[in-house]
Ligand binder design. Structure first.
Ligand code: SF4
Length: 429
C-alpha cells in the first residue's frame, strides 16, 4: 500500500506526514488494519524499541470542580458517583506514589481537579513533591493542576517537578462545544507557560466525543507544533451523570487507527495510551502497545483500570518490556532538545546530571509526561460533541455495534474508582 510505505519511510526519518496522509490513516478499512498497525509499529520500534514506559496517577484532589468540561466526571454539576475529597496530605500522596513506583512506574502524575492552582496549592504540591522525592529521588514527577498563572510553572520547576500536563483535548474549532468556562487559547497558554519554565510539556487529546476525523488531525498537528514531549491519547470514558454519558462512538479498530495516526504524526514523541484503554480497546489492548510506547499502570483518576499485574502480564505476553529508570524515554535527539529547553541533563546516558529534562529525571536519564480521568489524562474530562460532524466511519461492523450502543449508559464497562488515594483501600498498582 503506497500510503503505508510513504508513512513508514517518513516516520523512520522522523518526518511528519501531510495532513491528507494523516486523514487517510483514519479512513483505512478493517481489512487494512493490521497493515496499518505493522507500519506504525515499525516507526514505534525505530524510536522506542520494545520499551513501555509506565506512569502512575495520584489524584490529589477529586471532584467538585467549578469548570464545565463536558467529558469530565469531576465537572460542575456532575452526577457521577465518584470519590470526592480535598487535597491529600503529602504523606498520603507519597504512600500512593510508592505503590505505583513499586509496581514499575517511573513517572508519578500528580493531578488535582479545579480551574487552576492557588499559590497555596503550589505550596501543597511542593511539599508533596518533596515527600515523594525523599522516598525515591529518581522518580519523575508530572503535575497536572489546571490553568497556570504567572510564575507558578517556575515555582513547580524549582520544587523538582519534571513535567506539566495540560491537554488540548480537541481541535480549536470544536473546543467551545466541550467547555465554556475556559478556552482553547487558555490551554495553549498554560502548555507554553510550562514549557517556558523548563518543564517537559505533556499535552494530548480525548477521542470519542463526536469529533470528526478533521478535528482529530487538527489537534494532533497542533500538539506536534506545540512541541509536546508526551502525547496522551484518551478515549472518552462516558461516565453516567455527565453530558457525554451516551457518547459511545469508538470501536477497538477505530482506537487503533487513531493511535497509528498519532504515531505517524509524532514519530519520535512519547505517545501514551491514557484513559479509556480498557473500556474501548478491550481485548485489542496488546496491539496498542505496537503503536504507543507508554501507558498508565493500574487505576485512573476517577475510574478503575485493570489490575496492575494484568498490565505487566500484558506487556510481557506481547513481547515488550517495562522501561527502566536508567533508560531515556525519548530518542537522543529529542531528549537533547528537551534538556536544552529544561536545563536538564540531555539524552540520558547513565551517570549524567539528572535534572529533570524532558524525559528522565533519573541520575543520568531523561524523558517525558501525563494522565487520565480529570484534567490531564484520561477518564474524566472530555467534550461534547455533537454528532453533527461525526466521523465518516462508513459501514464497519464494529462501529455499527458501537452506534447501536450509543443510546445506552454502559455501567458494565465504566467502573468508578473505589480504592487507592482518598480511600482506606490499597491502591491498584
Ligand atoms: S477536566 Fe479538569 S478543569 Fe475540566 S472539569 Fe475536569 S477537573 Fe475540572
Amino acid at each position: 500500500m503506497d500510503l503505508l510505505d510513504t508513512l513508514t519511510a517518513k516516520g523512520l526519518r522522523g518526518e511528519t506526514p501531510t495532513r491528507e496522509e494523516a486523514l487517510a490513516v483514519l479512513a483505512t478499512t478493517d481489512d487494512e488494519l493490521l497493515d496499518v498497525v505493522a507500519a506504525a509499529g515499525r516507526v514505534r520500534r525505530r524510536w522506542f524499541g520494545r520499551r513501555v514506559k509506565l506512569n502512575y496517577l495520584v489524584n490529589l484532589k477529586s471532584g467538585l470542580c467549578p469548570e464545565d468540561c463536558s467529558y469530565c466526571s469531576q465537572r460542575l454539576g456532575s452526577k457521577a458517583e465518584i470519590l470526592k475529597y480535598t487535597w491529600l496530605k503529602p504523606g498520603q500522596a507519597a504512600e500512593a506514589a510508592k505503590a505505583g513506583v513499586s509496581g514499575g512506574a517511573k513517572r508519578v502524575c500528580l493531578v488535582a481537579s479545579g480551574r487552576g492552582p492557588t499559590d497555596r496549592d503550589i505550596d501543597r504540591v511542593t511539599d508533596t513533591v518533596a515527600a515523594i522525592k525523599e522516598a525515591d529521588p529518581a522518580v519523575e514527577i508530572c503535575a497536572c493542576l489546571g490553568l497556570l498563572s504567572d510564575n507558578q510553572a517556575e515555582r513547580l520547576k524549582a520544587a523538582g517537578v519534571d513535567a506539566y500536563n495540560h491537554n488540548l483535548n480537541t481541535s480549536e474549532g470544536t473546543y467551545g462545544d466541550i467547555a465554556t468556562t475556559h478556552t482553547y487559547a487558555d490551554r495553549v497558554d498554560t502548555v507554553q507557560k510550562a514549557h517556558g519554565a523548563g518543564l517537559s510539556a505533556c499535552s494530548g487529546l480525548i477521542a470519542g466525543m463526536g469529533e470528526s476525523d478533521e478535528d482529530l488531525v487538527d489537534v494532533v498537528f497542533a500538539l506536534r507544533e506545540l512541541g509536546s514531549d508526551s502525547v496522551p491519547v484518551n478515549f472518552l470514558i462516558p461516565f453516567e451523570g455527565t453530558p457525554l454519558a451516551k457518547e459511545w462512538n469508538l470501536s477497538p479498530q477505530r482506537c487503533l487507527r487513531i493511535l497509528a495516526m498519532v504515531r505517524f504524526v509524532n514519530p519520535d514523541t512519547e505517545v501514551r495510551i491514557a484513559g479509556g484503554r480498557e473500556v474501548h480497546l478491550r481485548s485489542m489492548q496488546p496491539l496498542g502497545l505496537h503503536l504507543a510506547n507508554s501507558i498508565f499502570l493500574g487505576d485512573y483518576l476517577t475510574s478503575e483500570g485493570q489490575a496492575g499485574q494484568t498490565d505487566l502480564d500484558m506487556i510481557a505476553d506481547a513481547g515488550f518490556e517495562v522501561e527502566g529508570v536508567g533508560e531515556s524515554t525519548l530518542p537522543r535527539h529529542r531528549a537533547d532538545i528537551a534538556a536544552a529547553a529544561t536545563g536538564g541533563c540531555g539524552s540520558g546516558a547513565t551517570g549524567g546530571a539528572g535534572g529533570g529534562c524532558g524525559t528522565a529525571a533519573v541520575p543520568g536519564g531523561s524523558e517525558g509526561a501525563d494522565a487520565a480521568d480529570g484534567c490531564g489524562t484520561g477518564g474524566g474530562c472530555g467534550p461534547c460533541g455533537g454528532h453533527g460532524h461525526a466521523a465518516p466511519t462508513a459501514d464497519r461492523a464494529a462501529e455499527k455495534a458501537a452506534d447501536q450502543a450509543a443510546d445506552e449508559v454502559r455501567t458494565d464497562l465504566v467502573r468508578v474508582r473505589r480504592r487507592g488515594a482518598g480511600t482506606e483501600l490499597a491502591p491498584n498498582a
